[in-house]
Design a binder for this molecule. Structure first.
Ligand code: ATP
Length: 328
C-alpha cells in the first residue's frame, strides 16, 4: 500500500508457494472437505475415470488454489492454471482445452468473472468433453467439432452467488471453504515456522494466529513479517511479546484488522454516521474498488460482527464502535 505494508495485504506473497501444502495430508483443517474429496478421488481412480468437476467457494486465502494444486498431485496428473478475469472470449480458453491430457485438471480461479459466451462454451466442454469451434464468418462460417480429452475442471470463486445456475449445476462436487479455527491456524503457523527455520513456541503461534483473521494466507504473511522483525530487532528470538510488537508496528490490531479494515470502519462511522450506507459510497470515499471491499474486507468484518448488511446498506455495530473507541 505504499507504506511497506505488504504483510497486511491479501495478495499472494513470493514465499506463498514455498509454504503451500503439496499433498492433502499436509493441509490443516477443512477435514470434512478433505474426507469427501479423498473418497471422490479414490472412487474415480477405481473406475479409471476423471474426477468430477469441482467448485470451491469462499473468501480469499482459505485454500482454494491449494486444493487445486493438491488434488492433481494426489491423482498423479497435471494442472493448468487460468484466471476467469483473463478469459475474455472463447478463443482465450482454446489453448487450455486443447492442451488437456487425459484425466488432467484445468483450474479456473475467479470463475465468476468469465463472460457469458465463455460460460456457454464451458457447458459442452464440461458435459460432453467436446467443443464447437466456429471458423470463418457469415455464409462461409463452418463449425468444427473438436473432441477433448476427459478432464476435470476445478473452479474457484469468492462469489458463488454470481455464478449462473447452469454453470453451477455442471460441477458434481461443490464445496464451501469456511474460516479456520484458532487451533488450526496455530498449527499452520507452527508447521511453517519450522519450514522457515525459526520455530515458534505455543504462545507466539497463538498471538500470530489470533491476529490472522481466521485465514491461512494471513497467518503465513504475519509469520513472515514476525520472522523479519525478530531477526532484525531481537536477534532471531521469537516470543509472544515480540510477535505483538511486530504486528503492532504494521498496524495489525488485536482482532487481526489491518489499516484498510479499520479505514473501512472509520469511513462508515465518521462519514456515514454508522450507516446504513451503500458499498459503492464507502468504496468511493476510501478510493478503493468495491470488489476489493466486498471480497477482501467485508467478509471478515461481517464474521466478526463489526458490520451488518441489510437491504438498506452496511451498518457499523456497537462492537465496531467499541473496537475503534468511538461513540455512536
Ligand atoms: P485466493 O482465492 O485469493 O487465490 P485461496 O483461497 O486460493 O485464495 P490459497 O492461495 O490456496 O487461497 O491459500 C493461501 C495460502 O494459505 C497458501 O499458500 C497456503 O500456504 C496456505 N493455506 C491455505 N489453506 C491451507 C491449509 N488448509 N493448510 C495449510 N496451509 C494452507
Amino acid at each position: 500500500d505504499g507504506e511497506g505494508n505488504v504483510v497486511a495485504s491479501n495478495t499472494p506473497d513470493p514465499h506463498d508457494s514455498s509454504l503451500r501444502p503439496r499433498r492433502m495430508d499436509e493441509m490443516v483443517g477443512q477435514r470434512d472437505v478433505i474426507e469427501k474429496l479423498k473418497i471422490a478421488i479414490d472412487a474415480a481412480q477405481g473406475r479409471g475415470e476423471p474426477l468430477g468437476h469441482i467448485l470451491f467457494d469462499g473468501p480469499p486465502g482459505l485454500g482454494k488454489t491449494t486444493f487445486a494444486t493438491v488434488i492433481p498431485s494426489e491423482m498423479g496428473t497435471t494442472v493448468q492454471m487460468a484466471n476467469g478475469a483473463g478469459i475474455r472470449a472463447p478463443k482465450d480458453l482454446l489453448p487450455y482445452l486443447t492442451n488437456l491430457g487425459e484425466g488432467s485438471v484445468l483450474f479456473i480461479d475467479e470463475i465468476h468473472r468469465v463472460p457469458k459466451p465463455v460460460e456457454e462454451y464451458l457447458y459442452t466442454a464440461m458435459e460432453d468433453f467436446r467443443i464447437d469451434i466456429v471458423l470463418g464468418e457469415g455464409v462461409n462460417a463452418r463449425t468444427l467439432n473438436y473432441d477433448l480429452k476427459p478432464f476435470t475442471l476445478i473452479g474457484a470463486t469468492t462469489r458463488a452467488g454470481m455464478l449462473s445456475a447452469p454453470l453451477r449445476d455442471r460441477f458434481q462436487i461443490r464445496e464451501h471453504l469456511g474460516w479456520y479455527s484458532l487451533e488450526d491456524l496455530c498449527e499452520i503457523v507452527q508447521r511453517n515456522s519450522v519450514k522457515l527455520n525459526l520455530p515458534v513456541d505455543d504462545d507466539s503461534a497463538e498471538v500470530i494466529a489470533d491476529r490472522s483473521r481466521s485465514t491461512p494466507r494471513m497467518a503465513n504473511n504475519r509469520l513472515l513479517w514476525v520472522r523479519d522483525y525478530a531477526q532484525s530487532k531481537a536477534g532471531g528470538k521469537v516470543t509472544a511479546d515480540i510477535c505483538e510488537a511486530a504486528l503492532d508496528m504494521i498496524g495489525i490490531d488485536n482482532l487481526g484488522l489491518d489499516k484498510q479494515d479499520r479505514g473501512y470502519l472509520d469511513t462508515l462511522m465518521r462519514i456515514f454516521a454508522g450507516g446504513p450506507t451503500g458499498l459503492d459510497a464507502i468504496a468511493h470515499t476510501m478510493n478503493v474498488s468495491s470488489d476489493t471491499l466486498e471480497d477482501e474486507v467485508e467478509p471478515f468484518l461481517l464474521r466478526s460482527e463489526l458490520i451488518v448488511r441489510s437491504r438498506r446498506g452496511r451498518m457499523a455495530t456497537q462492537k465496531a464502535y467499541r473496537h475503534l473507541k468511538k461513540t455512536a
